[in-house]
Design a protein around this ligand. Structure first.
Ligand code: ADE
Length: 217
């Protein structure tokens, strides 16, 4: 899967260790995903490479202007035919089922906003979807884009080990109801706190029964 990220801070993405290590780093090494950042400012036709302007009608803050975004998306679309997703707190909240739907795509273009917002004409024309990662406002869409990439990537075949994926499947059903059972690992006793005996028993039916009766949100 190919992710193209449009941002005025490509340095948040390029060379970010998050994309170089662990599961996401390995997915990139294995060419299961490609992540490419594009600097919206480079597309600005303004002589000072401005990407924002004051809002018509007045008010606080700056608005990201049409031209640089429009041209950046047009250029990126030559290589990426996926939907253009705008990360904004006003979008539909990203859920597990939405992540599964996105994981079926081949490519997507992620547009990161900054400032007060982007010109409505961009939203009306070239954006296919608006996604929020939660009901709070961040300084920009770059972290939300990375979170979306992380959540989608771990659903792609070959990214997680098979046993982890299988675990996830059964887990997900519980996740929908926000349920989880307690986890323990070695040592058996830590600061006088013991692991429940049933988990050491090897009796899988009993363990499953115990887990079901200890689900919590
Ligand atoms: N940009 C700023 N806040 C955001 C959020 N909560 N989700 C997605 N994009 C954002």
């Amino acid at each position: 899967m190919r992710f193209d990220i449009l941002t005025i801070f490509p340095q948040f993405i390029d060379g970010n260790p998050y994309f170089e290590h662990s599961i996401i780093g390995r997915a990139i090494d294995k060419k299961l995903i490609t992540v490419k950042a594009h600097d919206i400012r480079k597309y600005s036709k303004d002589k000072h490479k401005k990407v924002d302007d004051t809002p018509y009608g007045g008010g606080a803050g700056m608005v990201m202007a049409c031209q640089p975004i429009f041209d950046a998306v047009k250029a990126v679309k030559k290589k990426n035919k996926g939907p253009v997703i705008f990360l904004t707190p006003h979008g539909a909240t990203l859920t597990h089922s939405k992540v599964l739907k996105l994981a079926k795509l081949k490519n997507m273009i992620l547009l990161c906003g900054r400032y007060e917002g982007i010109d409505q004409r961009i939203r009306d024309t070239i954006i296919d979807e608006e996604i929020s990662i939660g009901d709070y406002v961040l300084t920009g869409g770059e972290l939300p884009a990375m979170i979306l990439i992380d959540a989608v990537t771990r659903q792609l075949p070959g990214v997680l080990h098979d046993d982890t994926s299988a675990l996830e499947d059964s887990f997900t059903k519980k996740l929908n109801g926000k349920k989880e059972y307690p986890h323990y690992t070695r040592p058996e006793v830590f600061k006088k706190m013991s692991v429940p005996k049933v988990l050491l028993s090897g009796n899988h039916a009993k363990i499953e029964e115990w887990r079901q009766s200890h689900l919590s949100s």
